[in-house]
Design a binder for this molecule. Structure first.
Ligand SMILES: Nc1ncnc2c1ncn2[C@@H]1O[C@H](COP(=O)(O)OP(=O)(O)OP(=O)(O)O)[C@@H](O)[C@H]1O
Ligand SMILES: [Mg+2]
Length: 347
């Protein structure tokens, strides 16, 4: 019935959005006011894409040397091009619906975090050496490449390795176990080793183009804090360390939002000698890392062997919880019912 159809089309057109139409700026040079000199400065600062510029603050653009007013105009133009503007609350709900979820490899852990690791936010794994933080990073690089129906995001991974613990052999083992072509899986992981904390920051500040070109859906920093911890020693350096960490985390969250990607960081723990009761270990980085990580998962060994305990320590909207899983040659896996029963008896 053509008449009915035309009525429907009109009705749909009337369903207006509060957001104005997006201007089409594909490259930063397309943005009004960005001439050759400004674009070069922006690129030097690590803004190669309209998406990353949309997440900048005018303070971050100070080194470009344009007026504050012009910075605002450029950022606002980039924001409207990628559709970040004033929006109605129901549209916010729609944006939230864009959040993707990536499987960790353990169904039990996925369930505890509401279906998997969230895009647009940072998930932090912290724990002692050997607790499985880097194993999770490897597994997530593989899982992200799975199709959505298998809990993946059909995208690639960006891996910033600060301790030289990335092992291709592990990726191949995990990919093979999942029935993926290891050769293809390896091609979809962009790897960078960070030699110092400044280098680590530099890598992330210049990652936007690589993320876009390679359809990166997970950004991993393993470990977030190791370089900072060894370079900034003593009380007098604490403030500058925290300031840098804050900037680094801010960049990470901007990239995760701009490209709807999952962001994962790992963090070691330090003993807190003044605490006598409970678990006397705390993640490094203090409240800066804690407040910018949206989901924090504490990993620990249960005893000798492959079993690990994952505790959801903080989440903006989920209750605390604890699950057990295992790290095997296959990667991160759920424990079997028998193993679970044995574990409960052993407690
Ligand atoms: N091929 C494998 N098969 C079975 N288990 C493995 C394999 N590779 C690693 N593991 C397990 O993972 C552990 C190492 O974990 P991982 O490297 O993730 O620790 P981490 O938390 O990153 O520690 P660090 O703080 O030192 O970086 C090993 O001790 C072992 O138990
Ligand atoms: Mg590690």
């Amino acid at each position: 019935m053509p008449e009915d159809e035309s009525i429907n089309v009109e009705a749909e057109e009337k369903e207006e959005s509060a957001a104005p139409k997006k201007p089409k700026y594909e490259f930063i040079e397309d943005i009004p006011g960005v001439g050759p000199a400004t674009s070069q400065k922006l690129r030097e600062l690590g803004y190669h894409t309209v998406e990353s510029l949309a997440m900048a603050t005018s303070r971050e653009l100070e080194p470009v040397g344009v007026s504050e007013k012009k910075s605002f105009q450029i950022i606002n133009a980039a924001r409207s091009a990628v559709g970040i503007n004033f929006i109605r609350a129901d549209e916010l709900y729609n944006m939230r619906k864009d959040v993707l979820r990536l499987t960790s490899g353990s169904k039990a852990l996925d369930k505890m975090i509401n279906g998997g690791l969230e895009s647009q936010t940072i998930t932090e794994f912290y724990g002692e050496y050997g607790s499985g933080k880097s194993q999770f990073c490897h597994q997530l690089c593989v899982n992200v490449q799975l199709p959505p129906e298998r809990g993946g995001l059909g995208g690639g991974a960006l891996y910033v390795d600060t301790e030289n613990t990335f092992r291709l052999e592990r990726i191949i083992q995990m990919a093979t176990h999942l029935g993926l072509d290891p050769e293809q899986v390896v091609k979809n992981i962009i790897y960078a080793e960070a030699f110092t904390s400044d280098h680590q920051m530099f890598l992330l500040e210049n990652a936007d183009e690589i993320i876009k070109a390679n359809n990166i859906k997970i950004i991993i920093i393993d470990s977030l804090t190791a370089h900072f911890r060894s370079e900034y020693i003593g009380r007098e350096m604490l403030a500058s360390r925290q300031q840098k960490l804050n900037k680094h985390m801010h960049k990470l969250i901007s990239l995760a939002r701009a490209f709807n990607a999952v962001a994962v960081v790992t963090n070691q723990v330090m003993a807190k000698p003044d605490q006598f009761f409970g678990d006397a270990t705390h993640p490094i980085g203090g409240h800066i890392v804690g407040h910018t990580s949206n989901t924090r998962i504490y990993l620990r060994r249960s005893s000798r062997g492959p079993v690990r305990i994952a505790r959801l320590v903080s989440s903006p909207y989920l209750p605390e919880g604890e699950e057990i899983l295992k790290v095997t040659e296959n990667g991160i896996e759920d424990i079997t019912e028998e193993e679970k029963a044995a574990k409960t008896r052993g407690r």
